[in-house]
Design a protein around this ligand. Structure first.
Ligand code: VNL
Length: 389
């Protein structure tokens, strides 16, 4: 054979190998598009979930169903317009099989129509307004709902002689859910909500509302504020002497947030809260999770981190079931998953696509020089009461 001919043949072989290789690489990668607030007011939520996703991948590898998993994290600064643009780009340009993250309710709500149109499963790891799962049949939630936490706390208040309450919530979706479901339940059982106060979601000033609480002299103040605001609120509650005035503070666990709890000081001691996750949850599975998380990231995981970690679990297992396919096959693999989360046993309800989980009643206590939410009671397998309207 001529030498020139041989070279041409070899070149053709290289080209076809390269083309074949590229095609393989394409179909052998599945992308997950994660949108989180990595900057701005909700940055702690982004930091927690991002850290949890990294831990999941470090522990479980980046291969599922024979395909390479690529996680793309985008920062929306918790601005819904940015969330919408990023979700569109991830679906159209990156061709992600799943969208995930969503630090706040408005970010989840603007993405829901994109999930529906593109048939892309959308895993809500943080946002907690009940109605989010009804905004698209492609939404699956691994966080919690405010009605889950608020009803359980109202029942605890009823049983513990807390009669007159003032409620204070952030002035948007999850706050309205907390206010409504807490109020409805406590009044059903002869409690009374004297006043319903709201603070802006962004840059709230707690001074005027705390003055109103002081004047109303309730047995207790019920509070929901989004993750990240708890420490500032707690400080002002103490500075204005509400604890000394005998007004008991009860809250959803978003306020006694593990992300900030250790810096809250004496004023947080004894505060009773209700939530689906405490870093102090006493099971081997949780201890393993917390130890690995702290070793990798040098801070304590909070409920947002668990929503992110479990969200990755739901996506990985669904990818195994769909053999790496997206769309309806992937969604089907998410529905009905039952597993042991660091928070306890959970179920992704196949009908509602929302999470069913235990809600714990906890009290802030000091252990080994650190503050923790210590669980002392629980309500088992709570379905979102918001769906039972
Ligand atoms: C939401 C709910 C956000 C609970 C939170 O923290 C939270 C939400 C950022 O649905 O917007 O703790």
């Amino acid at each position: 054979m001529h030498k020139r001919h041989l070279i041409a043949l070899a070149a053709a072989a290289v080209t076809s190998v390269t083309l074949f290789g590229n095609a393989l690489a394409q179909s052998d990668t599945v992308k997950i598009g994660v949108i989180l607030p990595m900057t701005g007011q909700q940055a702690s939520t982004g930091r927690q979930i991002d850290a949890a996703i990294k831990l999941w991948v470090a522990q479980n590898g980046n291969k599922v169903a024979g395909k390479k998993v690529e996680v793309i994290v985008k920062d929306d600064g918790s601005l819904p317009d940015a969330t919408r643009r990023l979700a569109q780009e991830l679906v159209v340009n990156d061709k992600v099989v799943a969208l995930a993250g969503f630090g706040i309710t408005p970010s989840a709500m603007v993405t829901a129509p994109i999930a529906t149109q593109s048939k892309t499963p959308m895993v809500v790891m943080a946002a907690a307004t009940s109605a989010i799962t009804e905004a698209s049949p492609y939404v699956v939630r691994t966080s919690f709902t405010l009605p889950q936490a608020s009803v359980a706390l109202a029942e605890w208040a009823n049983k513990n002689n807390v009669k007159k309450v003032v409620s204070l919530v952030a002035d948007y979706g999850p706050g309205y859910d907390a206010e409504k479901f807490f109020t409805d339940r406590i009044t059903l059982n002869s409690g009374q909500v004297m006043e319903k106060l709201r603070t802006p979601m962004r840059a709230p000033d707690f001074a005027p509302v705390l003055q109103k609480v002081r004047d109303a002299k309730p047995d207790a103040l019920f509070v929901f504020l989004p993750s990240g605001q708890g420490a500032a609120f707690m400080k002002q509650f103490g500075e204005r002497g509400l604890d000394k005035a005998g007004i008991r503070l009860i809250a959803t666990g978003d306020v006694t947030d593990d992300d900030q709890l250790n810096d809250m000081g004496e004023v947080a001691m004894g505060v009773v809260s209700s939530h689906h996750y405490s870093a102090a949850h006493p099971t081997p599975a949780n201890k393993k999770f917390v130890d690995a998380f702290v070793a990798a990231h040098k801070f304590r995981p909070n409920f947002m981190a668990v929503g992110g970690y479990d969200g990755m679990r739901v996506i990985y297992k669904a990818l195994e079931a769909s053999k790496g396919a997206g769309g309806d096959a992937l969604l089907a693999g998410m529905k009905g998953q039952i597993f042991e989360s660091p928070r306890g046993q959970v179920l992704i309800d196949a009908q509602t696509r929302d999470i069913v989980q235990d809600i714990y009643i906890r009290k802030v206590e000091k252990k080994d020089g650190q503050l923790w939410n210590i669980e002392f009671d629980s309500v088992k397998a709570v379905k979102d009461p918001g769906k039972l309207k």
